[in-house]
Design a protein around this ligand. Structure first.
Ligand code: SF4
Ligand code: SF4
Length: 293
């Protein structure tokens, strides 16, 4: 069947995008999905119809009743994440919670957070061990560095996308419209933090583990052939909750909040602690910071 993605790839309209995309098989799209407009052109009525359609599609594909919403950025909010490298002990509870909250594929496994086991004193991400599996953590002379989307203020992934399927919102969250993504993976190549992940197959999630509270730009179940990543749990954080990874962290290593509020915990950390960003030399200007307590 014809699809927006397969059409763009087939026609080569995305200026070379097809070279990478050639390996992605075409998917069956409904007529309505094929003619769906860009997210920024959708009216509230369009969105209502699209969300209903996705709810029906999810029921058909996974047998589960879900609700799709679209919480907008909150005015005067700039979100930032801070992670204490003193407190993180490498237990990976954040990874587990993120997978469940955000309906990530279990097999093949997609995980938005990669925790690296690092040698004390080193910040070279390439040297970090992502497959560490000792009987107990933390190990002596190691520290643990969780890496996820840094929600860069100057995001190379956004510039790389040939069809504007990914962009930065007013609160700083970098989002992807999975329905607009053509699966070329240019954004993945551009991201210096390996924060983006590609759905080579239809995500596999046991029906009884699906989180039914979903949003269009975050944790709704993705389709085969599109890119996904951390969204700062916007369906939670724009509704006054913390990200799932923060709530799951047993050591209190994770802090999240509004940098525009001078009294917020994150503003106070920025003011009083020495903070670090990853790969500062690339001028990506992350909204994700690391610090030592
Ligand atoms: S970390 Fe990667 S995916 Fe996230 S905003 Fe920066 S460049 Fe984009
Ligand atoms: S979001 Fe990434 S994979 Fe999707 S169209 Fe844009 S660059 Fe390509």
């Amino acid at each position: 069947m014809f699809s927006r993605r397969s059409f763009i790839q087939g026609a080569g309209a995305a200026a070379g995008a097809a070279v990478l995309a050639g390996s992605k098989p075409a998917e069956a799209f409904t007529f309505a999905e094929f003619f769906q407009k860009h997210y920024k052109e959708l009216t509230p009525k369009d969105k209502e119809a699209i969300f209903k359609r996705i709810e029906h599609e999810t029921k058909a594909a996974y047998g589960v009743d879900v609700t799709i919403t679209d919480p907008p950025p909150i005015p005067e909010v700039e979100f930032a994440y801070f992670l204490s490298l003193t407190r993180c002990n490498g237990n990976r509870k954040c990874v587990e919670a993120c997978v469940k909250e955000n309906n990530q594929s279990r097999d093949p496994a997609i995980q938005y957070i990669t925790v690296l086991e690092m040698e004390a004193g080193s910040f070279d991400l390439v040297e970090g061990d992502r497959y560490y599996n000792p009987p107990e953590v933390p190990r002596k002379d190691k520290f643990y560095l969780p890496v996820q989307c840094q929600h860069c203020r100057n995001p190379p992934c956004v510039r790389a996308c040939p069809v504007e399927a990914t962009w930065k919102e007013a609160d700083g969250i970098v989002v992807v419209d999975y329905n607009w993504c053509i699966g070329c993976r240019y954004c993945m190549a551009a991201c210096p933090y390996e924060a983006r992940h590609f759905n080579f197959t239809k995500p596999s999630i046991p029906a009884d583990q699906i989180n039914p509270n979903q949003s269009y730009l975050s944790n709704r179940i993705r389709m085969k052939g599109v890119v996904e990543k951390c969204t700062f749990c916007l369906h939670r954080t724009r509704n006054g909750k913390y990200p799932a990874c923060l709530e799951a962290c047993p050591t209190g290593a994770r802090k999240f909040g509004n940098l525009r509020d001078p009294n917020s915990e994150v503003s106070q950390i920025l003011k009083h602690k020495r903070v670090y960003v990853l790969k500062e030399e690339l001028n990506t200007r992350p909204q994700f910071y690391y610090f030592f307590d």
